[in-house]
Design a protein around this ligand. Sequence first.
Ligand SMILES: [Zn+2]
Length: 181
Amino acid sequence: MGNLGEDDTVFKGEFVIGEQTCIISISIIMPKIIQKIVDQIIAHARREAPDECCGLLAGDKGGLQTAPTITEIYEIKNLPADDPRIAELKIAESRTVRYMMDPKEQIQAMRNMRERNLTMLGIYHSHPHSPAFPSATDVRLAFYPEVFYLIISLEQTAPDLRGFFIIDPKITEAKIEIVQC
Ligand SMILES: [Zn+2]
């Protein structure tokens, strides 16, 4: 993994600040992910199917010249249809077509990351019956522009795992580099 280049630009836009127009581009080094975590994401997705599964991914944030590496997984409960937050957010009731992480479990996971000096690097969820591409709801509820959104599709026999940066409304596919350890 080398220096940042044009390939790593995930967002480029023009902004008017006062009387000046500025072009802002954001570049992020794509994270690596260890094979064991990929296997666990696939197993979680299969266990929860036909519902979507979800969780957080963490690891070392890397440096200027080194890529962040995802080494830890936190499986989080996908809130059931009768949870009041589902109606508040105006999202589909059924867990077969959406995910919403249980906030209590999410906070616990984030606390555990802090205690272990880990950085939250990604959010994953599954698409049991659709391709590995963010849905309109996924984009609307992508609250963390700095993290990597990983989607595992079980639509075909072989699971399809893809990564994205989502800076609403822009979706940029990120290369996933899987490493052994
Ligand atoms: Zn989705």
